[in-house]
Structure formats: C-alpha cells, structure tokens
Design a protein. Structure first.
Length: 162
C-alpha cells in the first residue's frame, strides 16, 4: 500500500512529544518550525501517486505496488531504476533534505538481499530482518534514527529492533 502525503501527515500526528526550547509542539504539521518540512515529506509521498511519475517512483511485484526504493535490484537495469528514483528525490529537494523516505529504505533493502549474514551468530535474526523489510515495504513507512536529548541513552528509548 503506497502512502499518500495526506496519510503521511496524519501518521505523524501520533502524540509524540516534541519541544522547541521550552515550548511543547502540539502538531508538528502546523508548527512554524516543522510545517514546511512536513509538507515537503508529504510531497515526496505524493510523487508516487502522480501519474507522470508513477513508473519512475514505484514498481510492481506479486500484483502489489511499492516504492521504488524497496526494489531489490537483480540487474543493472534495476539499479538504474532505483538510481533514477533516488535522483528525482534529491533533485526535488535540491539535495538538501535530510532523512528522505528513501534513505533508510535503501539501507534496509540492501540488508534484505543477504539476510543470512544476520544468522552468523547464535540466535540469528534473519527472519526478524526480513519481517521488518516486508512490513516497512508493505506499509510504505518512513523510518529514521531517533535523536536523543542530552544525557539520555538509547537504552531508555523504545526503537524498532532487528
């Protein structure tokens, strides 16, 4: 299922706690510090439903449509297709937008091509990695690394784990 820009904006209205200085942000989609970036991310999601860009930004597999950055390349042409989609996103943002939806997706897709690496230790996690890849791809999710406040350790925060 391809996520639309509207669905993306709705998905980030999830009660997360964000502060700008001492001000608690009620809605990052309308707050002046975040609204423009949120609209830019929404526009990136909308590219996939634009009929003029659909072939560039998506691919079909098993009767389902997915974001191009989840394509597991099996040929040079697949790599070229992925590159064109990544380039379109970079051009749209003038190469200045960090953590675009394709950033983590490209890494995760690469890991999914050789999942046996995750079984090299006892209690391997190949199945976890593949389940995460399928879930993120199927739901067209944008995953980013979490930024922590000063003195807060990663262990004290919940995160998606393989």
């Amino acid at each position: 299922m391809l996520m639309t820009g509207k669905e993306y904006l709705q998905s980030i209205r999830d009660g997360r706690v964000i502060y700008v200085g001492k001000e608690r942000v009620k809605d990052q989609t309308t707050h002046p510090a975040f609204a423009d970036a949120a609209r830019t991310y929404a526009a990136l999601f909308n590219m996939k439903s634009d009929p003029a860009l659909r072939d560039l930004m998506t691919f079909e597999e098993g009767g389902e449509c997915y974001s191009m950055y989840y394509l597991q390349p099996r040929s040079q042409e697949d790599l070229r297709r992925r590159n064109r989609a990544h380039r379109k996103i970079a051009d749209f943002c003038f190469g200045l937008m960090g953590r675009t939806p394709n950033a983590f997706a490209g890494n995760l897709t690469g890991l999914s091509l050789k999942p046996e690496v995750f079984d090299s230790e006892p209690g391997g996690s190949r199945n976890n990695l593949l389940a995460i890849y399928q879930h993120v791809r199927r739901n067209d999710l944008r995953i980013i690394n979490q930024t922590y406040g000063s003195g807060q350790s990663c262990a004290s925060c919940s995160a998606l784990r393989a």
